[in-house]
Design a protein around this ligand. Sequence first.
Ligand code: NAD
Ligand code: UD1
Length: 337
Amino acid sequence: MANILVTGGAGFIGSHTCAALLEKGHDIVVVDNFSNSKPEALKRIKTITGKDFKFYELDILDFDALDKVFKENKIDAVIHFAGLKAVGESVQKPLEYYHNNITGTLMLIKAMRENGCKKIVFSSSATVYGVDNPVPYVETMPTHTATNPYGYTKVMIEQILTDVSVSDSEWSVALLRYFNPIGAHKSGLLGEDPNGIPNNLFPYIAQVASGKREFLGVYGNDYDTPDGTGVRDYIHVMDLADGHLCAVDYVLAHTGVEAVNLGTGKGSSVFDVLHAFEKACGKELPYKILPRRAGDIAWCYANTDKAKELFNWQAKYDLDEMAADGWNFTKKNPNGL
Ligand code: NAD
Ligand code: UD1
């Protein structure tokens, strides 16, 4: 078992992954600045697992603070979730996004190198496939264009980590390209808790179901898809967490750099997600067709062969289970965490 530093461990995907790491018997050290999360998430990880762990409230832009974490703990590998992730906001605030995500990652890698820790699992995104590649997305496709500053931070950080690993063969890097993570922990204690009006489909539907929003706005029903709405590869956040356990094992045992898709390989439309949620909460949910959202594409889903071959990992949960677990979290936490 290893000691894993988790940056952004209080966030949506980070908190579920921390719970999974502890359940598997790993030790963790968590850092977060709570810019998009709450301390309550850390308490709940402890409640779920019955285990304690070290936490440092720090900004990854602060090299000295990170360096201290490495000096005070023997870290075997890092899972790097910390970053800003709102696509629309990144268009409004590109400097803040580039600084937080890229400079933050540079500080982290520097602290890792100076303390002899050269194994990292990075949260990348399907957004690196841009708009020109055909679905399903395969890891070998070109990834050098994005459609917004957030996407470019992922493209650039993938490049930086690749260059670092080329420069020093002791590095081991997994670039995990997530598709659309949704759902929640089975306990209903952890889940997605966005600030303000949700940008993403699933938390928006959850708020319609809980009565916080009047109706779902469906962004376009004239795409070239079976029901005209956008198709995405939704993946249960616990499947995603499980993928991180495999990626940690992989980087601990290998060197070099690998990009790996974490998706189900199956596409679902906006109406598929809406209907799954209706089934979960037992009522019809109102919606209205709105114009297309700028920057959206019709199709996005993964080819998942590489994750199967390299990690022996495959998503287990279907859309109904994602919706049931998401609704369970919403019901139990009407005001979030
Ligand atoms: P999240 O916002 O819930 O979690 C990110 C965490 O990082 C938050 O707790 C936040 O407080 C922390 N953080 C941000 N900047 C920091 C800094 N400078 N110093 C310390 N902590 C900082 O987001 P999430 O959905 O859990 O996503 C985790 C990672 O996965 C992000 O890098 C995101 O870009 C990536 N990702 C997410 C999705 C998705 O749909 N959720 C999809 C693809 C990739
Ligand atoms: C978005 C981001 C992407 C990011 C991903 C995960 C954009 C353009 N892309 O992807 O970079 O990696 O989130 O965080 O923001 N929809 C509605 N009504 C809504 C919300 C969404 O109809 O209120 C539709 C969208 O048009 C899309 C689907 O639902 O077809 C999924 O949208 P969303 O959850 O925002 O994810 P992505 O657009 O795939």
